[in-house]
Every structure is written in structure tokens, then in C-alpha cells.
Design a protein around this ligand. Structure first.
Ligand code: GLC
Ligand code: CA
Length: 565
């Protein structure tokens, strides 16, 4: 079975590139993927039913957002039993069947490891909060202060204090996210043992690795000092600065990961780009890859959406494409369950441009340096959701932010709402659009758990299947091209026109194979000239075939091409 431990050797076969460098990963948000039993909530049998669809796209690995038992304050990112499947999603038998079917189709599955915090409903926390002398007290981070005042000025990353005073013992516990997500105390060796044993439980079931939720935050700075006003603007950098982070990851690697041929990808929230190799340099034996946040910051400052020049995006990729340690490997992602839809964000989702821009962005996503992550619906060019007011949002983050920013800090409610519409996480969480029938074929229930985007009659998987020029088929073609040209995976990276305001042109080169990737990232067409195109031959384009003459070419709005040079 794929992803099983190589029990005897313990590690991957020597001399071969690790499989995850050549993998393409597809993220599923199970709640919104496919509902098999008509209760309005996506589930594991629903995923099983759609495995051939995922395989046919040309990806080889699936990342399942949390599937464990949870009261769903944060849709599964608040776990109350790490060894049980969320009943709404199915049973352990459903999971085993899903694993077996995936394996028979050549698909690996990785799980979401959410161990910076648990749910407040987890038995550990229930016992921890009950009494100061509970053996579980030190599983979490408690402080005693007069009258339940917060022990310091730390904010939760979504706003408001990071401390909640608990009536049972009168002490306060730390929660970097919602109050229902108390932070685990990783300085307690018993907590680390628990985590390692949970990891082994799933790895022994054959999962191919983990995406590690906010893993950068597991070690807290021991002084628990107040943050400075400057630090308070981006507290995640303080939360990711704990002194034992790397030691804990190394311990996890030694104790668990090194015994399996699996991949890890950590969410590097609060990490600066220059520190990324500290996690991913293979000689350090910590993680294989991380999600860096530079791409997320291109058009965002705090809660606010900002204008961005194309040069900013290019700089992110140029920095990522610079050879660092030879054994440090990147991820490439635009969409995920925390981000608005890429086509609405980096492209243009209005009808004349949606398909072309979704394809142009896909061209970028699948040809940059690193393992690409596709999020469900991205392959259809799914767009942001229309919202009219703050009450339209489901995300736990929204009322917390609204309270902190609008009610307490006096941020203009209209400005805040506008940013939320553009940047809100719920944009990604609407049900997958399978076909043009009611509720987009996601569920037979009258009401899905969350609103379907009304554009499903036009944008859906079935329509994409039938149209040879669809976004889906373009993704498929790009993925096939990646398999054919290793330069797209292992090649060097060179930006050939870093200053152009609308054209993104770069080269990937491996030995004698050199590919050129050219995109017009704008709504306007124009003539473009580059000597690099002179002897290049076209491999794929999102428009009607068009060559370059003497390096001069006309580019349609959002036109994308890949050439062999
Ligand atoms: C990560 C997850 C996000 C979740 C948060 C707290 O950022 O991606 O969805 O809300 O961690 O677990
Ligand atoms: Ca269901």
C-alpha cells in the first residue's frame, strides 16, 4: 500500500528523489466537498465517490482538512478526539474504505495534524480545567491573576485577548485562536508523547503524511512578557518565536517521521521567508516543506485588502526560486480553505475574463518552484461568494474580528465588511459545484450546511467535463506537461522581465531542457517583445494557437503560454 511504513528500512529508498517533490496535492475541505447521505454536510463516502474525478485531473495526493471528532467551532480545527472520525463525516470503516480505494487508484492521502491546540471539549481539557491538581492541568497553559485579569496583553490572532478566565478554578488559559481552542503546553513531555502516538496511529493506517496546522506556534516564549505596540500589529511573529520550536520538530522527526516514507508540510504562520530553510533543510531533519505566507501578504495588510503591483508577486516567486540549501523544497499555493478564491483575487472573475484568468493563474501555480497545492474547485475556476452583510458569514473568525476591530478599535464597519467580502475565508468554503442541478449537485438536502454560490448553474464540474476548453481540462493538460518536462519540477528559476507591469515571463531550466512561461496578467491586450521568444516553440496556451515572430507577439488579456526554448 502506498505510504505504508517501510518497516524494515524505516526510510525511503536511497538515491531516489522523495516522492513528494514530484507530487501534486489536492486539498479537500470535507464539509463542502460532496454529501452522500443528504444531510447537507459533505462526508467521507462522498469523497470516495469522487476519487476517480480527482485521479483523472492528474493529481496524486490528497490533503484532507480535519476529519476528526470535533464540536466544529472552527470546522474541525478544534478536535475533541484525535482517533475518532467526526460522526457527520462517517465512521472509521468509511475512512478505511476511502484509504483502500485511494490506494487502488494510486492516490495518497495526507491528514491535517492540528496539535497547537485542541477543542475545549477534548477530555484532556475537560480534566485540565476541572482542578488545579489534575494530572492533565499541565497539558494546557494556565495562569493565575487577580480578579481574572489577563496575565499579559497577548491578543488572539483573530482579535480580543488570548486569555480566557475559567470559572472552575478561577485561572486563565491561553488560546491563540478562539476561546474554544485552548493551546496545548508542548513544554510538557507528556503532551509531546500524546502527539507522537496520535501520529503513529494514523501513519500505521497508511496515511502518507501530515499537513501541520500552525505548527510554528507550538513553543511559547517562556517569559510571557507583554508585547510592544509594534509587535501587537502582527502578534503571530511573537507566537512563532518560541525557543523550542525546532527542538520539538526534530524530536517529532526522530521519534516518528523518520520511521516512515511520508511527507510533512507545516503551516509557517508568523515565519519570515529567510527562516523557512530552518524547517525544510533536509539535513536538519524537521519538516519536508512549509507553507510560507508571503503570497498571502501580497494584497493584504492586517485585515485590510490593499492594491498590489505585479512586481510584488514576482518578487515572492523570485525569492522562492533562488537556490537555497540544495535540499530545501518549496510549496506553491494560491487557494486553500483560509483564502479567498484565486481567480477572484489574482485574476478577474467577471465573465469575459474568468476562464482565461483562471487558466493564466493555473499556469503560474503549476510552473513555479515547489510542490503545488490545488484547492477543491480551483480546477473549475470557482469564484468568491457574494455576501451582503456580516450575518452572511459562517466563519468563527468573523464575529471575533468584528467585535475586536469594529466594536472595540473603532474600525469603519463598511470598510471592514468590504475587506471581509474580498478576503474572508468563507469564500473558499461554499459547497463544491458538481453540476447544474439544485444545490450544485453537492447535496440532495433542501439546505446545504453553507450557501452554494449562485453561479453554479454556469460554473460546475459537469460543464467543465463537457467543454474541451474548460479550466479543468487546462489544469489536466498542465499537469500532464509537468510529468513530461522535469524542468518544471526540478529546474532552476529565472525571471526574464521582472519590471514589466503586466507580463510575467520566466524560465525553468534543467540540463539542456529550457521552458519559458509567459503570462499576460492583465485585462488588456498588447504587443510584447522579448528576444527570449525568438526560437521558442509553443507547448501549450490558454488561447488559440499563436506564435511569435522575431520575438514579437500579440498578447490577449490573460493569455498564457508555455514554450520550449
Ligand atoms: C490554521 C487553519 C485554519 C484554522 C487555524 C486554527 O490557520 O488553516 O483554518 O482556523 O489554523 O486551527
Ligand atoms: Ca453527509
Amino acid at each position: 500500500m502506498i505510504g505504508r511504513s517501510h518497516a524494515a528500512s524505516g526510510v525511503r529508498p536511497a538515491g531516489r528523489q522523495p516522492w513528494w517533490k514530484e507530487a501534486v496535492i489536492y486539498e479537500i475541505y470535507p464539509r463542502s466537498f460532496r454529501d452522500s447521505n443528504g444531510d447537507g454536510i459533505g462526508d467521507l463516502p462522498g469523497i470516495l465517490e469522487k476519487l476517480p474525478y480527482i485521479r483523472d485531473l492528474g493529481v496524486d495526493t490528497i490533503w484532507l482538512a480535519p476529519i476528526f471528532q470535533s464540536p466544529n467551532r472552527d470546522n474541525g480545527y478544534d478536535i475533541s478526539d484525535y482517533r475518532a472520525i467526526m460522526p457527520e463525516f462517517g465512521t472509521m470503516d468509511d475512512f478505511d474504505r476511502l484509504m483502500a480505494k485511494a490506494s487502488s487508484l494510486g492516490l495518497r492521502i495526507i491528514l491535517d495534524l492540528v496539535v497547537n491546540h485542541t477543542s475545549d471539549q477534548h477530555p484532556w481539557f475537560q480534566k485540565s480545567r476541572a482542578a488545579k491538581d489534575s494530572p492533565y492541568r499541565d497539558y494546557y497553559i494556565w495562569r493565575d491573576t487577580p480578579q481574572g485579569h489577563p496575565p499579559n496583553n497577548w491578543p488572539s490572532v483573530w482579535g480580543g485577548s488570548a486569555w480566557a478566565s475559567d470559572p472552575a478554578t478561577g485561572s486563565s488559559y491561553l488560546h491563540l485562536f478562539s476561546p474554544q481552542q485552548p493551546d496545548l503546553n508542548w513544554d510538557n513531555p507528556a503532551v509531546r508523547e500524546e502527539v507522537f502516538s496520535i501520529m503513529k496511529f494514523w501513519l500505521d493506517k497508511g496515511v502518507a503524511g501530515f499537513r501541520m496546522d500552525v505548527i510554528t506556534m507550538i513553543s511559547k516564549i517562556p517569559s510571557f512578557r507583554d508585547m510592544t505596540p509594534e509587535e501587537l500589529k502582527a502578534p503571530e511573529y511573537v507566537y512563532a518565536a518560541g525557543p523550542h520550536l525546532h527542538a520539538y520538530l526534530r524530536e517529532m522527526n526522530d521519534r516518528v517521521l523518520s520511521h516512515y516514507d511520508v511527507m510533512t508540510v507545516g503551516e509557517a504562520y508568523g515565519m519570515r521567508a529567510r527562516d523557512i530553510p530552518l524547517f525544510t533543510d533536509s539535513a536538519r531533519r524537521e519538516l519536508d516543506m512549509v507553507f510560507a505566507f508571503d503570497i498571502v501578504h501580497v494584497d493584504r495588510q492586517g485585515w485590510r485588502k490593499i492594491d498590489w503591483p505585479l512586481s510584488k508577486l514576482k518578487q515572492v516567486y523570485a525569492a522562492a526560486g533562488k537556490p537555497r540549501s540544495p535540499d530545501s523544497w518549496n510549496t506553491v499555493f494560491l487557494d486553500n480553505h483560509d483564502q479567498p478564491r484565486a481567480v477572484s483575487r489574482f485574476g478577474n472573475d467577471s465573465p469575459p475574463f474568468r476562464e482565461a484568468s483562471a487558466k493564466a493563474i493555473a499556469t503560474m501555480l503549476l510552473t513555479q518552484c515547489g510542490t503545488p497545492f490545488i484547492y477543491q474547485g480551483e480546477e473549475l475556476g470557482m469564484t468568491n461568494l457574494p455576501f451582503s452583510g456580516v450575518e452572511d458569514f459562517d466563519d468563527v473568525q468573523v464575529p471575533i474580528q468584528w467585535e475586536a476591530r469594529v466594536k472595540r478599535q473603532g474600525v469603519d464597519p463598511d470598510a471592514f465588511l468590504e475587506s471581509l467580502k474580498d478576503m474572508g475565508r468563507d469564500n473558499a468554503r461554499s459547497p463544491m459545484q458538481w453540476d447544474a442541478t439544485r444545490n450544485a449537485g453537492f447535496t440532495t438536502a433542501n439546505r446545504p450546511w453553507f450557501r452554494v454560490n449562485p453561479n453554479y448553474t454556469e460554473i460546475n464540474a459537469q460543464a467543465c467535463m463537457q467543454d474541451p476548453n474548460s479550466v479543468y481540462h487546462y489544469f489536466q493538460a498542465l499537469l500532464a506537461l509537468r510529468r513530461k518536462y522535469p524542468a518544471l519540477i526540478h529546474g532552476t528559476y529565472q525571471d526574464l522581465d521582472p519590471d514589466h507591469h503586466a507580463v510575467f515571463l520566466y524560465a525553468r531550466e534543467l540540463g539542456r531542457s529550457r521552458l519559458l512561461i509567459l503570462m499576460n496578467m492583465s485585462d488588456r491586450g498588447f504587443t510584447y517583445e522579448s528576444s527570449s521568444l525568438t526560437r521558442a516553440s509553443l507547448l501549450i496556451s490558454n488561447m488559440q494557437h499563436r506564435g511569435a515572430t522575431q520575438g514579437v507577439t500579440w498578447l490577449e488579456p490573460w493569455e498564457a503560454r508555455i514554450y520550449r526554448a
